[in-house]
Design a binder for this molecule. Structure first.
Ligand code: GLY
Length: 556
């Protein structure tokens, strides 16, 4: 590519971490500038949002290896420019040799670390099958052209940022423990170092040449299976070959004049977001003020009740009956809030999952895309923990997920996010583990209004909940809504987590007076929301989360 073309492409990219509302024609907001630029360049070349999704996703697998992935899974929620919605589930699955008690010792106790680190933690990856499926249905550019930018990035390298260096350093011991001291990512990186990953470039080339078969069959499949086996896991070639993503019926609900579309089970995101918004709808929250005592109380109480239901009722709909309609029923939810009062916190021990009768049947990453036609893409994808299971496929250049930890290893015992689970989310061969990922698209008065989502394990749903309200109820710009201080409650443990140093001491004192247990702690998993807003006049603005290296690339 000559210098002139490079310069022309470069001038299309404008860092929009400030709020910009004019004349933006398309935008990609993701965890890394390289990935956002690559996605936007696809749109600039005439690709649609789905094409851009594939290129962005693969670029993240190169330059954001803690969560971007080719060996994890994710969810897509989309809205086409003519208002059609859909969602694709390419979540990992339990291998065929998985058993309900695979993480328990002979006394029935959970063996610490077995579902989080090493080969047994790995679920059957879904990402490449998902991207390939999306390309089949919606792609307009050749597959090979969408994979090529990620190959180039792996060959030419990406620069280590300050935050990324801290991330590498924090996991170095685990990388070495699982992969030996010469393992690729155990290098002592300095800020600005270039990371060139030729094995990953080669794996991406296989995927470029052979499509999904490049990952699920042949040399890559052999390498993956071998590495899983060496580290104590059970994935077989049949597991890989038989993996398929699923187009799921969308989950949709109203909040005032908004129509919200989000991910259905096996994610809990859509149902819980719908429950929380329904529970607070009768209250005039905009009058209480943003992050005021009353707003926080109300939202925490809705969160508490919804997470109690999450723990009991949600799991893979291909294996259990999820009472989706009842969980979102306004009367049910209004009854759930009857025990709420403004004087005292409800105690989580006094909240049980709602009484529903079955008659009938931390580290993740999110990106949002809008293309020139107005097609909207909301994708959350993950390895689960940071760098997943820490198992690195050396000759492939990538980490494997530890998504198996999102199952309940033993009902009643919390997972790595402290989330409790029940029988609904127990392990079975071929079953998908429950997720919190909440890729979401919001319409206002039948027009596209917001595209958003975030990483953050159990804090994903509450971060999406708060960001929507920040924009809609508290009239913030997209960037302000993303920046605003967040809090989180998930029923158990009975604690309100506040982002540190962002809430004043008087407010904290008043919350404590009412019986709320407050924890102000740095949590790298309280969300990094990447979002796009379209105002009533059609002006596009973006919000890239300053908590990470997240970046908005926009086309003017
Ligand atoms: N692994 C995080 C989630 O799926 O919610």
């Amino acid at each position: 590519m000559n210098k002139y073309i490079l310069f022309s492409i470069f001038t299309l990219f404008i860092n929009c971490n400030k709020n910009e509302t004019k004349q933006i024609k398309a935008a990609v907001v993701s965890a890394r500038q390289e990935a956002s630029d690559i996605g936007l360049n696809i749109i600039a070349k005439g690709g649609n949002a789905f094409d851009a999704m594939i290129a962005t996703d693969l670029a993240l697998s190169v330059c954001y290896p803690n969560a971007g992935n080719i060996a994890g899974g994710g969810f897509l929620v989309y809205r086409t420019t003519d208002g059609k919605f859909g969602s694709l589930d390419y979540r990992e699955k339990a291998p065929e040799q998985a058993t309900r008690d695979m993480y328990l010792d002979s006394d029935g106790n959970v063996i610490s670390g077995k579902s989080t680190i090493g080969g047994l933690a790995v679920g059957i990856p879904g990402t490449i099958a998902g991207l390939y499926e999306i390309h089949k249905k919606f792609g307009t550019m050749p597959w090979k052209d969408l994979v090529q930018p990620a190959i180039n990035l792996a060959k030419n390298g990406y620069k280590v940022t300050n935050k990324q260096k801290r991330s590498f350093d924090s996991k170095k011991e685990d990388f070495i423990k699982i992969n030996g001291k010469n393992t690729f990512y155990a290098t002592d990186y300095k800020i600005g170092d270039l990371v060139i990953n030729l094995p990953l470039a080669n794996t991406l080339k296989l995927i470029q040449d052979k499509g999904r078969a490049g990952f699920y069959k042949g040399i890559n499949a052999d390498r993956l299976i071998q590495r899983v086996k060496e580290t104590g896991g059970i994935i077989t070639s049949n597991d890989l070959v038989s993996y398929s993503p699923v187009w799921r019926a969308r989950i949709q609900f109203k909040y005032k004049e908004l129509l919200i579309t989000s991910m259905s089970p096996p994610s809990s995101g859509g149902i819980c977001l719908g429950q929380m918004l329904e529970m607070i709808e009768p209250f005039d929250i905009s009058q209480y003020g943003h992050n005021s005592l009353k707003s926080i109380q109300l939202m925490v109480e809705a969160e508490r009740r919804s997470y109690a239901d999450r723990a009991e009722f949600l799991g893979d709909p291909d294996f259990i009956e999820v009472p989706q309609k009842k969980l979102l029923d306004p009367i049910y939810l209004s009854n759930r809030m009857k025990s709420f009062n403004w004087d005292n916190a409800t105690l989580s021990n006094e909240i049980n999952p709602g009484n529903i009768i079955f008659k009938e049947t931390e580290e993740t990453t999110h990106y949002s895309i809008i293309d020139k036609l107005g097609n909207a893409i909301s994708v959350t994808t993950t390895l689960n923990g940071s760098y997943g299971s820490k198992v690195f496929v050396k000759d492939g250049g990538y980490f494997l997920n530890n998504e198996m930890d999102d199952f309940s290893s033993k009902p009643g015992v919390p997972n790595m996010f402290g989330l409790l689970g029940s029988e609904a989310n127990s392990i079975m061969p071929g079953k998908r583990m429950l997720s919190s990922m909440t890729p979401t698209i919001v319409e206002k008065n039948n027009k596209l209004y917001m595209i958003l989502g975030t990483p953050g394990g159990s804090t994903i749903i509450t971060s999406v909940f708060q960001t929507i309200l920040n924009a809609y109820e508290f009239k913030m710009s997209m960037q302000e809504a993303v920046n605003a201080a967040r809090f989180h409650h998930q029923w158990k443990p009975d604690v309100v987590i506040l982002e540190p140093k962002k809430f004043d001491s008087d407010l904290i004192f008043k919350l404590k007076e009412k019986g709320y247990n407050i924890e102000e702690k740095f949590s790298r998993i309280i969300g990094r929301v990447d979002a796009i807003m379209v105002d009533e006049d059609g002006n596009i603005s973006t919000g890239a989360d300053p908590r990470g290296d997240d970046f908005s690339s926009v086309l003017k």
